[in-house]
Design a protein around this ligand. Structure first.
Ligand SMILES: Cc1cc2nc3c(=O)[nH]c(=O)nc-3n(C[C@H](O)[C@H](O)[C@H](O)COP(=O)(O)OP(=O)(O)OC[C@H]3O[C@@H](n4cnc5c(N)ncnc54)[C@H](O)[C@@H]3O)c2cc1C
Length: 387
């Protein structure tokens, strides 16, 4: 008999979300072990997402907007979100809330330590942490090592979405807190896709983030110079205090991550391909995946019966990734066309992979076709090369 029914390797967005979904399900009495090396990754990040449904973590959402702005040098518009809302959650609030709820369950154990290996065996899987080994009926694995990932995805295009954000306070009115600015392309593109993201909490308080898509991250002073220039030259803010910072990098690839890593091992989170490779968003995909895993455990007795990503959307993501890699400077006009010609709910549904074929066709028809020809040929030639 295994030591635990389920072992969750990595207590990040995916590990904690899955544990929380299990805790609220009929499987709540199962013995669960959650292992993480530290809480550094979770405490200093913010998760933003749009949704027209409640989530299990709404009580720790920091701020909600019912309007968003799109801004580029050629086009700008404010969108009412209708049924949708854009939400921002602080990683620390998510982490503290999820951990405190889970720690209150006597059948859930937390262990601090570095996961060295996860091995599948005949009846169980074994997780080694330092000197100790733990066995589980199922291991949910979210532990990614970037070096290992680079080797794994060799031959597939990849990029990093990397960013630095400052939470700032200003002595005078500087922001319109009614709308979150999801994209502001008014920053030099210099061959890469770069934009700002402004989440205003009040007229004098906002989170401002500089996001870049490229293989290599920038030096800290380069992010800082870009944010400083945006604040002073674009937004006209001369005085501000930096209250907190966020730094990060999310690898994006169209590599087809396997969900079943063994008889008793399943990948979750980024390791399970839950980061959308064209946008870097994953928080809601992780919530949907956690719900699907619990459903599969209840209905099939194993976790693997989760929906596959729709092939057409995967293909679009792959195309977009290639475009961002090869022609990063061309993305701003593509996004401008996307936002100019489509209602916002159609864009959200497309990105959420639930738009109807007619909506999808309308959205694709609104994009400048010549931008897609070279990456399209590249996708097709790679397919043929692999076939
Ligand atoms: C700074 C930042 C901001 C982001 N913002 C957004 C956003 O606004 N919206 C959105 O949808 N997505 C966002 N993302 C993307 C996405 O939500 C994350 O990548 C998401 O955290 C993926 O979940 P995960 O559980 O797979 O990985 P993580 O959340 O990174 O969790 C992995 C966990 O594994 C642990 N771990 C790693 N190695 C070991 C080991 N050897 N042993 C033990 N533990 C280990 C880590 O400590 C970590 O807690 C952001 C990502 C980052 C980095």
């Amino acid at each position: 008999m295994p030591d635990y029914d389920y072992i969750i390797a990595g207590a990040g967005a995916a590990g904690l979300s899955l544990a929380y979904h299990l805790m609220l399900s009929p499987l709540r009495e199962r013995r669960i072990l959650i292992i993480d090396k530290d809480d550094d990754d979770q405490l200093n990040r913010n998760w933003g997402f749009w949704t027209n449904q409640p989530t299990l973590f709404d009580r720790v959402v920091h701020h909600t907007w019912r309007q968003i702005d799109f801004v580029s040098t050629s086009f700008q518009r404010r969108y009412g979100l209708g049924d949708y809302e854009y939400k921002l959650m602080h990683g620390a609030n998510f982490y503290n809330y999820a951990v405190s709820q889970l720690q209150a369950c006597p059948n859930i154990t937390f262990v601090r330590g570095v996961v060295q290996s996860v091995e599948d065996a005949e009846d169980t899987a074994r997780v080694t942490v330092g000197e100790n080994a733990h066995t589980g009926g199922i291991v949910f694995d979210s532990v990614v090592r970037f070096g290992g990932l680079k080797q794994q995805i060799a031959g597939h295009p990849w990029l990093r979405m990397h960013f630095k954000g400052w939470e700032i306070k200003t002595p005078t009115i500087a922001f319109d807190p009614r709308a979150a600015r999801l994209f502001d392309f008014r920053t030099p593109q210099d061959g890469l896709m770069r934009f700002f993201y402004v989440m205003p909490y009040s007229e004098c308080h906002a989170f401002v983030e500089y996001t870049v898509f490229s293989e290599n991250v920038l030096k800290q002073h380069e992010y800082e110079a870009a944010i400083g220039a945006y604040l002073t030259k674009v937004l006209g803010i001369q005085e501000y205090d930096i209250v907190s910072e966020e730094n990060g990098a999310v690898p994006l690839t169209d590599y087809p991550f396997q969900r079943r890593l063994g008889q008793h091992v399943m990948s979750i989170g980024a390791k399970g391909g839950r980061v959308k490779c064209s946008t870097g968003y994953s928080f809601l995909r992780i919530q949907r995946d956690s719900a699907a895993i619990v459903r599969s455990l209840l209905q099939a007795g194993h976790p693997f019966d989760v929906p596959a990503d729709p092939a057409f959307n995967k293909w679009c993501d792959s195309l977009m990734l290639r475009l961002m890699r090869k022609e990063g400077q061309a993305i701003a006009p593509v996004f401008a066309a996307l936002f100019r010609h489509n209602p916002i709910d159609r864009i959200f549904r497309f990105l959420d992979e639930c738009s109807s074929p007619v909506e999808t066709a309308a959205l694709i028809a609104s994009l400048p076709p010549r931008r897609f020809i070279s990456p399209l040929l590249s996708v097709l030639s790679n397919r043929q090369a692999r076939a």
